[in-house]
Write a protein that binds this ligand. Sequence first.
Ligand code: T3D
Length: 260
Amino acid sequence: MSDILLTESRHGVLVLTLNRPDRLNALNLDLIAALNDGFAAAAEDRDVRAVLLIGAGRGFCAGADLAQITGAGPKLDLGEVVEAYYNPLVRKMRALPKPIVSAVNGVAAGAGMNLALGGDVIIAAASANFTQAFVRIGLLPDAGGTYFLPRIVGDARARAMAMLGETLSAEQALEIGLIWKCFPDEVFAAEALTLATNLAAKPPRSLAAMKRAFNASAGNSLDAQLDLERDAQRELGYSADFAEGVGAFLQKRPAVFTGR
Ligand code: T3D
């Protein structure tokens, strides 16, 4: 894997670190391609049971690399860029049958913020902040922003965030339910890894089924969703991990889940 995306496996967690700290980890095309590869690798590797996405340095991700998309070369077709780079990445993250922790260690702007929203559990350091920066440069939220934002914080807040482009502190993000938890800066990286490690020890098939169900719920009727829950629960009910979970409860010992 390239230097602009550092990868490291620890206790079932694949840590993906955006590594362009001098650009606040802005997304150039190489970095988006590396992220696509990273999530594809996470999908294939049975030993990876959770992914932790974090930024190197003081930023999480400042969105698209503006120097690249408005640089000296021929004018880029942004629709092409979105189609070839951002959209496959968002689809891969959502389809990954393993939980993704978005650990927002610093500023998350534009597509950088929406990259975080593509994760399953979003946490932030106290000094982090969030901006739908697109309006400042005459674009609209991409990387799933117009889909994720209203579903996470509601339509009114989503529209205002997108249209005004104001910056939200981590504390405000917590208040409006944009993130799960906020940690002091000094302990953030350790807490993020603990949380991801904790997820990696949970029953993988159960987590994968939840992810499928939550993904589907955005477009499903209640009836369709109830059917989906029935079918998924039937499958999980025959799993070795279900037997292990119940056995461990009855025997008053910690469960050891294997994904079978
Ligand atoms: O198809 C497509 O590709 C279109 C897709 C678009 C998706 C998008 O994400 S559009 C939105 C793009 N992002 C932005 O508009 C945010 C731009 N950045 C900022 O507004 C500010 O940098 C921040 C508010 C994020 C942080 O401000 P601050 O004061 O903490 O840091 P800074 O000094 O502005 O940035 C530090 C360095 O990073 C600086 O370089 P320098 O002066 O030290 O050499 C700055 O130019 C660089 N940087 C920050 N953001 C980007 C960037 N370089 C390239 N692209 C960036 N997005």
